[in-house]
Design a protein around this ligand. Structure first.
Ligand code: 5SP
Ligand code: FE2
Length: 221
């Protein structure tokens, strides 16, 4: 069953609690949290305090933390202590990603690798069995509200095929530019966690309704 993971990057931070509770009311189980450091990507977003706050507001949600930072090895543990259930870091910035995956697992969280649109999936071949998810970025990391990059469907299909052929359970998460016009198709390609920011949080007072509607559309995959 494909699951929606609302990305709080697009929420109204003056109404964080209210909007998270609306998402929960709609049945959300996963919350996607984008951490940006102004180095790996130009923007700076938030750190562990926001993860702690989301954990407090939604004690049972699965917190999917997407680290778009240059040195994830320096702070992955702080995010786990703050309440992250999954840590995704970018393959592009950690040459010894196997080592960091082991550290995350040892700390008791799920470990996943994020890959930018231009990074080929064969880079994951060795590490795939250890990963909880592969986070396929469907836009260039750094900003919400972008348009999906064409051809990302083929990347999902290619990765799904690899996972299946090897009899693995690794999940595929997609992130960026997901909207009503592509979400069902991308779920049918093999994406089972679908991060969406503007699609959900541009709804302001209709977040609950939107979450229900979208979750309903993708649950058959
Ligand atoms: O990691 C990122 C952006 O770098 C995402 O998680 C965005 O938050 C997705 O936003 P939308 O494209 O859904 O508005
Ligand atoms: Fe993200």
């Amino acid at each position: 069953m494909a699951l929606l993971a609302p990305s709080i990057l697009s929420c109204d931070f003056s109404r964080l609690k209210e909007q998270l509770l609306m998402a929960q009311e709609g049945g959300v189980e996963v919350i996607h949290i984008d951490v940006m450091d102004g180095h790996f990507v130009p923007n700076i977003t938030f750190g562990t305090l926001i993860v702690e706050a989301v954990r407090k507001i939604l004690p049972k949600a699965f917190l999917d933390v997407h680290l778009m930072i240059q040195n994830p090895q320096d702070c992955y543990l702080d995010f786990i202590h703050a309440g992250a259930d999954n840590i995704s870091f970018h393959l592009e910035v950690v040459p010894d990603f196997d080592f960091l995956i082991n550290l995350i697992l040892k700390a008791g969280a799920k470990a996943s690798l994020a890959v930018a649109p231009g990074t080929p999936v064969h880079m994951l071949d060795q590490i795939l069995p250890k990963l909880y998810m592969v986070l396929l970025m469907t836009v260039n990391p750094g900003f919400g509200g972008q348009k999906i990059i064409p051809g990302m469907d083929q990347k999902i299909i290619q990765l799904k095929k690899k996972i299946k052929l090897r009899g693995l359970n690794t999940l595929i998460e997609i992130d960026g530019g997901i909207h009503e016009n592509n979400i069902e198709y991308l779920a049918s390609c093999g994406a089972s966690i679908i991060a969406a920011g503007s699609l959900i949080f541009s709804q302001e007072d209709k977040i609950t309704q939107k979450v229900r509607e979208i979750s309903d559309k993708i649950k058959r995959f």
